[in-house]
Design a protein around this ligand. Structure first.
Ligand SMILES: *[C@@H]1O[C@H](CO)[C@@H](O)[C@H](O)[C@H]1NC(C)=O
Ligand SMILES: *[C@@H]1O[C@H](CO)[C@@H](O)[C@H](O)[C@H]1NC(C)=O
Ligand SMILES: *[C@@H]1O[C@H](CO)[C@@H](O)[C@H](O)[C@H]1NC(C)=O
Ligand SMILES: *[C@@H]1O[C@H](CO)[C@@H](O)[C@H](O)[C@H]1NC(C)=O
Ligand SMILES: *[C@@H]1O[C@H](CO)[C@@H](O)[C@H](O)[C@H]1NC(C)=O
Ligand SMILES: *[C@@H]1O[C@H](CO)[C@@H](O)[C@H](O)[C@H]1NC(C)=O
Ligand SMILES: *[C@@H]1O[C@H](CO)[C@@H](O)[C@H](O)[C@H]1NC(C)=O
Ligand SMILES: *[C@@H]1O[C@H](CO)[C@@H](O)[C@H](O)[C@H]1NC(C)=O
Ligand SMILES: *[C@@H]1O[C@H](CO)[C@@H](O)[C@H](O)[C@H]1NC(C)=O
Ligand SMILES: *[C@@H]1O[C@H](CO)[C@@H](O)[C@H](O)[C@H]1NC(C)=O
Length: 623
């Protein structure tokens, strides 16, 4: 009798197993919810899963039952004192539900409350009126879909990872895809007017307000940094003629690409912004806290399969606007420095944190708009700046600088000598150091600084510290000498020549009235120094920087004197000046140091109204 009993038992078991495997539509997923349901962050109604990266989830909805699938629920990490209501990708199998807690860490792709995490005992309420509300433990409403009275019938987590409130007709009333955070999942669209904003850091998930954003406009896809106004660091212009290609634009993350579309055209008009490796499994795009745009893929664990700006736009680390923080200079593969004169005693910028140079630099004396008369420029040559949109085109360097002087919000004048492009940022991010051999694509940055010591300050010492021997330096010296002459002519008796010289050479006004009052003309001093062979004595003894480059300074003064020769036939041509600066030629030795010739001053008076054309005409007078 025993054998038949066992037989029947086994047969019954066979039937049960067979029945359950053939009829099991994914038994472990729970992708929808009805109205009048609540869930709490700590209650026992939700199963909690702990992962070895420190994160913990409580899944409210789960869609799918094999491999990487979407779930939504509460997410926390580390101490788990605060929670996000999120959509994340988890690993599942059809027997145990969510699995692989050692490697299948939840990947958060959307979050309702990343700026306002909730605490223990917070409640998510899908109300009877069709609103989805997140309330913190104290009862305050942290987030809501505002869908009361819109005939909501239920909540659905779709296979794409879209969290949807649907109505009685099964049409979408509200969806998480309309409120993107920092990620796009396969199939998701990003429309004009929407944006991805990265979180503050990998541990602080708050949205980085006013820093990076990724947006679609009528012209293409753009990555921006800063605000008021934002600066473009990655542009992808669509190839279409805007007048013909109308309708709302969007990019869509497809299997194999991120492509630009217009709602009024069919998909054959797609413009591929990026090619993306084909998805062998779950993928998502994430806009990272440092401005990278990365593609993640599950392949036994989570990998970065593409770094889109690097891979498809040839970005190096230095091309990211915050590679070296604000006002930092980026060289090589992200070596960061602050703009620095060679002498540490006259630093205008310092690292925000000496141990972490990539955090950027700050002005030693902050700029203030109520003391614009003390603004001056710090010059940097041979740099590149990421922004490619000029504020002014085909202008000269002085127009560019003057425009920055005129607007207190302007932090720097960035000037492209080759093209005459002028960019006037209100926030100055990382500048890229350019090898002098590649000067063709380099620009100059004139960074506005606040000079507290005394007005007006001289840009001389500052300019000296950048590329000695640049033509700009020569122009500045020459300009300054002319400026001093003019000033002298108007000067009161109490202003000594020494003051003027100091003003010119060390950026400092000497108010010491006890100085011997010698009524030399400034250029008379130059003349006298020249005669006595002590040109260097004019160089301020207290300026280490000047001292360190005394021979260059003297050489520059000679060049300047040469360019100021009253007899313009004696003045050098620009090509000769360049040769002198390169050390190939020497300064003409038989110079006339009598600059006080009244005829010379007449020339200057004629042009007194505008110093810029003055420089040009004096230098390039008829030969
Ligand atoms: C969770 O927190 C731990 C420790 O703070 C951190 O190492 C880990 O990267 C975090 N995980 C995520 C996904 O942020
Ligand atoms: C959910 O919301 C409804 C309507 O606002 C309210 O009556 C109900 O008490 C809420 N449930 C919980 C658990 O707070
Ligand atoms: C709901 O409405 C409030 C107030 O109008 C708004 O601040 C909030 O962003 C809305 N929530 C969503 C998810 O749109
Ligand atoms: C929920 O989403 C799935 C697609 O992922 C869809 O097939 C289903 O019809 C949706 N349910 C409702 C009620 O909208
Ligand atoms: C659902 O569809 C019916 C028929 O098209 C329509 O009359 C009704 O207004 C719709 N309901 C909602 C909430 O849109
Ligand atoms: C996260 O960053 C925000 C914005 O910078 C800051 O206000 C908040 O205190 C940070 N939160 C934590 C936990 O550090
Ligand atoms: C993406 O396309 C490739 C090639 O057509 C295919 O093998 C793969 O399954 C697709 N991936 C997804 C997630 O659809
Ligand atoms: C400029 O204004 C700020 C704040 O109003 C004040 O603290 C500062 O002393 C002013 N600076 C000058 C140079 O007047
Ligand atoms: C500075 O420039 C901005 C943008 O061009 C302009 O909106 C602002 O009014 C200007 N400010 C001044 C003081 O000119
Ligand atoms: C710089 O530009 C000039 C003329 O435009 C060209 O002849 C030269 O090859 C360029 N040099 C480099 C390093 O690109």
């Amino acid at each position: 009798m025993r054998a038949p009993w066992i037989f029947y038992y086994c047969f019954a078991l066979f039937l049960i197993l067979n029945y359950s495997t053939t009829t099991a539509q994914p038994p472990f997923d729970y992708p929808t919810a009805k109205l009048s349901t609540t869930w709490t962050t700590t209650g026992s109604s939700l199963e909690s899963f702990n992962f070895i990266d420190g994160s913990r989830i409580r899944a409210i909805l789960l869609r799918g039952s094999f491999g990487p699938t979407f779930a939504c629920g509460f997410y926390c990490n580390g101490t788990c004192i605060s929670y996000l209501f999120s959509v994340f990708i988890v690993q599942t199998n059809s027997v145990n539900g969510i699995v692989r807690q050692a490697i299948g860490f939840p990947q958060v792709v959307w979050s309702a409350n990343r700026d306002l995490p909730v605490s223990d005992d917070a409640i998510l309420n899908l109300t009877s009126t069709g609103d989805l509300v997140l309330q913190d433990a104290d009862g305050s409403t942290v987030w809501t879909t505002n869908t009361t009275g819109k005939s909501v019938a239920g909540l659905n987590l779709t296979e794409d990872g879209n969290l949807v409130l649907f109505d009685v007709n099964r049409s979408v009333v509200w969806q998480s895809f309309d409120h993107p955070t920092d990620c796009l999942v396969l199939g998701q669209r990003l429309f004009v007017g929407q944006q991805l904003i990265p979180s503050v850091s990998s541990t602080n998930w708050t949205a980085q307000k006013g820093l990076f954003s990724l947006q679609v406009t009528d012209n293409g896809l753009f990555a921006y940094v800063g605000s008021n106004p934002a600066q473009t660091y990655y542009p992808s212009y669509s190839i279409y003629d805007n007048s013909a290609y109308t309708g709302t634009r969007y990019v869509r993350f497809l299997n194999g690409s991120l492509s630009l579309f217009s709602v009024s055209y069919d998909t054959s008009y797609a413009y591929t912004v990026f090619n993306i490796p084909q998805a062998s499994s779950a993928q998502y795009i994430k806009f990272m806290p440092d401005g990278h745009l990365k593609v993640f893929e599950w392949n036994i664990r989570w990998f970065v399969v593409a770094d889109l700006f690097n891979d498809y736009a040839s970005f190096g680390e230095c091309d990211y606007p915050l590679a070296c923080g604000r006002i930092g200079i980026c060289s090589g593969n992200q070596q960061c420095t602050c703009p620095a004169p060679r002498s540490p005693s006259i630093d205008y910028f310092r690292a925000v944190n000496d141990r972490q140079p990539n955090l950027g630099c700050s002005e030693v004396t902050p700029l203030t708009c109520n003391a614009t008369q003390y603004h001056t420029f710090f010059t940097l040559e041979n740099i590149r700046y990421f922004n490619i949109i000029a504020d002014m085109e085909k202008v000269d360097i002085d127009t560019c600088k003057q425009a920055c002087v005129n607007n207190c919000s302007c932090k720097a004048a960035i000037f492209d000598n080759n093209r005459g492009d002028c960019f006037l940022p209100f926030e100055l991010f990382t500048m890229i150091n350019v090898d002098p051999n590649e000067r063709n694509n380099s620009v100059s940055a004139f960074i506005k600084i606040q000079n507290v010591r005394s007005p007006p300050s001289s840009p001389l010492g500052v300019i000296l510290t950048s590329t000695i021997g640049s033509v700009l330096f020569l122009l500045a010296v020459t300009g300054f000498i002319i400026y001093i002459i003019r000033k002298r002519r108007r000067a009161t008796q109490t202003q000594t020549v020494e003051e003027s010289i100091r003003e010119m050479l060390c950026g400092r006004k000497n108010f010491d009235q006890s100085q011997p009052e010698e009524s030399w003309h400034l250029l008379g001093v130059l003349q006298k120094c020249w005669e006595q062979g002590i040109l260097l004595d004019m160089v301020d003894k207290y300026s280490e920087d000047m001292q360190a480059h005394s021979s260059e300074v003297v050489e520059m003064m000679k060049v300047a004197s040469w360019c100021l020769q009253y007899d313009y036939t004696k003045r050098p041509s620009m090509s000769i000046v360049v040769k002198v600066l390169e050390g190939v030629m020497k300064v003409e030795s038989s110079l006339d140091y009598n600059f006080t010739d009244p005829r010379q001053q007449n020339i200057i008076v004629e042009h007194e109204k505008d110093m810029t054309p003055l420089l040009a005409s004096v230098l390039s007078g008829p030969r």
